[in-house]
Design a protein around this ligand. Structure first.
Ligand code: ZN
Length: 271
């Protein structure tokens, strides 16, 4: 099986991959508190694992390479618990722009920004909006827990979707970093599972920013007691499969349709 990890390859191997039309996955994540039982690298580690597995699945159809994970994400809402390294929106945007531009300058034309942290979702979309007109590449942004949401709903027992340091993330970390999961008292950790609107909403549809402390006392949202490694393996594979399907689907990368026709009012459109 061909190498898919950018950081492990030589420069000429990466030049060959650009020449071969490879997709680049640029994972973006966070270093932030994940309760008393998981390390702060959780989103970074899981984002890397899902991206590498997706690349190995997709490379049967077209070459894929996974850039190093951008661990520096937007985690202001987790700062009150300690251990969290957040950056400003301006820094995040500048960093992703610079990395996307560097990747595109090497000739890669299809770039998948693969996000593994909820706090990055809005900014990721804004960055894609802004850069799509500026960079000579097609940019697609995805959050794997959303892309695989249907599969995850079937696997999870106590939660409808992946939350935080929860049944799902704890299960996947039991596979990726078993020595770093403190499973000594998972039964006491369930928190943040209250019914009703989430901590970032108000009224019927309004958005209100609040810290994560509005939702949970110990930094956990969900029930880690339901986690096990078998479930974690299923979830890692489901996330990777969802990303692989996205990558190999030609429609993901096809240019936008231009339905304008010749012109209106007798005046042609600028091309
Ligand atoms: Zn997480």
């Amino acid at each position: 099986m061909a190498e898919v990890d950018w950081a492990r390859m030589k420069a000429h191997e990466l030049r060959a991959l650009a020449e071969a039309g490879a997709v680049v996955i640029l994972p973006i994540a966070s270093i932030e508190q994940h309760g008393p039982h998981l390390p702060v690298m959780t989103d970074t580690r899981l984002g890397q694992e899902v991206a590498l597995r997706a690349a190995r699945k997709a490379q049967a159809v077209r070459p894929v390479v996974v850039a190093p994970v951008v661990w520096s994400g937007l985690s202001e809402h987790h700062m009150p618990y300690g251990g969290t390294l957040t950056v400003s929106h301006a820094t995040f945007r500048a960093l992703i722009r610079d990395l996307v531009e560097a990747i595109a300058r090497h000739g890669f034309r299809d770039i998948l920004i693969s996000n593994s942290h909820g706090g990055n979702i809005v900014a990721m979309k804004q960055i894609c909006d802004e850069l799509s007109e500026q960079v000579d590449a097609t940019l697609v942004g995805v959050t794997y827990v959303m892309e695989a949401a249907r599969a995850y709903a079937d696997i999870l027992e106590d939660q409808p979707f992946i939350m935080h340091a929860c049944e799902g993330e704890t299960a996947m970390m039991m596979v990726c970093e078993p020595d770093l999961v403190d499973a000594s008292d998972l039964a006491s950790l369930a928190d943040g599972m209250r019914e009703g609107p989430d901590f970032l909403s108000a009224g019927k549809t309004a958005y209100r920013w609040r810290p994560f402390t509005h939702m949970t006392g110990n930094g956990v949202a969900g029930n880690p007691a339901r986690a096990n490694a078998g479930k974690g393996e299923l979830m890692l594979e489901a996330g990777a499969e969802a990303l692989a399907q996205l990558i190999v689907d030609p429609a993901t990368w096809a240019p936008p349709v231009d339905r304008r026709g010749e012109g209106t009012g007798g005046v042609p459109f600028r091309r």
